[in-house]
Design a protein around this ligand. Structure first.
Ligand code: DP6
Length: 341
């Protein structure tokens, strides 16, 4: 997806959707370059888009960042500025920018808001500063904002390669080796999202994964098993085998949460309501409905199932947890907004 810089006075707008990993990214081997320990694989959703406008302005002395109408401060502002510095360095610009973001997904609740957020920011800022990047290069750039966001550059299923773990030295070569790309799949499933708690989490995923890698005795075994999960996941997707895809996704996610529970001190994102939904998913399977759970850095549970079963699955989850439920499916990759003149 090469992008052109329209060079508009009112900025450049991009839209991106969150993705949910079926084989998780949990743990970095390089914090600065955001190089992960393992490959991961996700489904980009057709719900909860983020729309971001970037307008470079020579009159600004600092980046002005607005998130859902509120000026961003502290860490949120710092992450955007750090990312824009990277874009500016590549574009040979020192111009600060006004950044306006509308996030329809709750921020910081384990609903992949940083994925859609940084994918939209990357596409909009690359175009606004005149960088001409193909989709692979865009995914690498997006990775530097938030690892999981590299996968939201693509629609449908996408894999994010970690690059060789034993790499040393040359930052450029290490950077080049870690990017996302689309994955072939004979599957068009539904992902039913149980919105159990949409408030921001107590521990950010960035801090939690760092603590897990540094202290959890279960981390290495999980990372090792995740490599096998990824290979089997790709085969299952090619076969269109929903049961296998679901089983692998569920065990990979629960394993990731096990690594966190064993961290010191423990990181626990699962709530009683999360367990209630996990029970409801087991009940559905006992009743012959293939439904499988995955959970990210928050209590909210996402249930993978056939599109034809989505209403039944949504009803069972709603009845069990008395929560809002959203039925989603495969969505598009990040792109410049069609409304941009
Ligand atoms: C649990 O991509 O938010 O959602 O790279 O530090 O910004 P940073 O982390 P982030 O972590 C996402 C973790 C996850 C699993 C996944 O999306 O693969």
């Amino acid at each position: 997806m090469p992008v052109d810089a329209p060079g508009l006075d009112d900025g450049v707008t991009a839209v991106a959707h969150p993705n949910i990993a079926l084989v998780k990214y949990w743990g970095k081997r390089d914090e600065r370059l955001i190089l992960p320990v393992t490959d991961s694989l996700s489904l980009t959703l057709d719900a909860f888009p983020t729309t971001t406008t970037v307008r470079p302005d020579p009159a600004l002395s600092t980046d002005e960042v607005t998130l859902n109408g509120i000026a961003a401060e502290g860490e949120a502002h710092r992450r955007v500025t750090t990312f824009l510095d990277l874009v500016r360095a590549r574009a040979g610009s020192t111009e600060r920018a006004a950044v306006t973001t509308l996030n329809s997904v709750p921020t910081g609740a384990g609903l992949a808001s940083s994925a859609s957020g940084f994918a939209a920011l990357a596409v909009a800022s690359a175009a606004a500063y005149g960088l001409r990047l193909d989709a692979t290069a865009l995914s690498r750039l997006t990775r530097r904002g938030s690892g999981s966001a590299s996968r939201s550059i693509f629609g449908g299923f996408a894999v994010w390669y970690a690059g060789p773990e034993d790499d040393a030295g040359d930052d450029r070569a290490r950077d080049l080796a870690s990017y996302a790309e689309p994955v072939s799949a004979e599957l068009d499933p539904a992902l039913v999202i149980a919105l159990l708690d949409t408030g921001p989490k107590a521990v950010s995923s960035r801090a939690a994964m760092k603590r897990t890698v540094g202290t959890s005795p279960l981390y290495r075994p999980w990372a090792e098993s995740s490599r096998a999960d990824l290979a089997q996941m790709r085969e299952a997707l090619l076969r269109g085998d929903l049961e296998a895809v679901g089983e692998i996704a569920e065990r990979n996610a629960l394993g990731m949460h096990a690594t966190m529970l064993a961290a010191r001190p423990a990181v626990r994102y699962l709530s009683p309501a999360s367990l209630t939904v996990l029970d409801a998913v087991l009940e559905l399977r006992r009743a012959g409905i293939p439904a499988y759970a995955t959970i990210d850095a928050g209590p909210n549970v996402k249930v993978l199932c056939r599109r034809g079963d989505a209403d039944r699955v949504a009803g069972a989850v709603r009845a069990a947890a008395a929560c809002r439920v959203v039925v989603t499916g495969r969505g598009p990759g990040a792109r410049l907004h069609s409304g941009v003149r």
